[in-house]
Ligand binder design. Sequence first.
Ligand SMILES: *C/C=C(C)/C=C/C=C(C)/C=C/C1=C(C)CCCC1(C)C
Length: 238
Amino acid sequence: MSPFFLETAIAADNYVAFTFFVGTMAMMAASVFFFFEVANTDKAWRTSVLVSGLITFIAAVHYYYMRGYNLENNTSPTFFRYVDWLLTVPLMCVEFYLITKKAGATTGLLWKLIFASVVMLVTGYFGETIDLAHSWQWGLASGIAYFYIVYLVWFGDVAKLAGATSPAVAKAVKTLAWFVLVGWAIYPIGYIQGTPGGLFGTQIDFGLPMDVIYNIGDAVNKIGFGLVIYALSRSESK
Ligand SMILES: *C/C=C(C)/C=C/C=C(C)/C=C/C1=C(C)CCCC1(C)C
């Protein structure tokens, strides 16, 4: 496969491939936006906006690859999907850390978030590829790690620290907490669609291919999450 050109046309009815294509473009556009806006951001918020751009940029590179992979093989690019998540989800944890740091967030909190997200993703990967026979058990383990993150951002240290900062930070953390609770819940739906045991012991057909569900999740969560950080950086800048 040629790495640089769209070598095969996307068939008009191949909407899985189309969502990879649109995803690539959206991630690229978002990255350009965040990178350029760093220069218009107050010093204190530049790193946060930069990290938003890194998240969508890493995703753009993976989406470009996954688009070609899916077009050529007509299968899910699961390995690269998880490589992307393993890089971008910990960076989202860094975002939570950066915006609550002024209220005293410690690197201990950062590592808790990163550790939970790695457990969530590695167990999900096992259930989706290596040990399909036990996909619901792996999914359950992944779900427990997920709910631990939900707990931290809704009721744990992240929530407590956010309450001790400016009203704008508290509001942004609340919005990001909704992303984690609702936006991230799109992914288990993809998992239930795409694995034999799902999360409840059986596969359920939601009528959308797993990759479309995951691609929607990524667009909502990576770009949306970044825009919340961007909006916060605006409201806190003069
Ligand atoms: C940019 C990518 C993001 C925000 C990916 C997030 C992924 C998840 C929250 C995945 C969660 C899963 C479960 C909670 C259970 C089933 C297995 C997973 C890995 C799909």
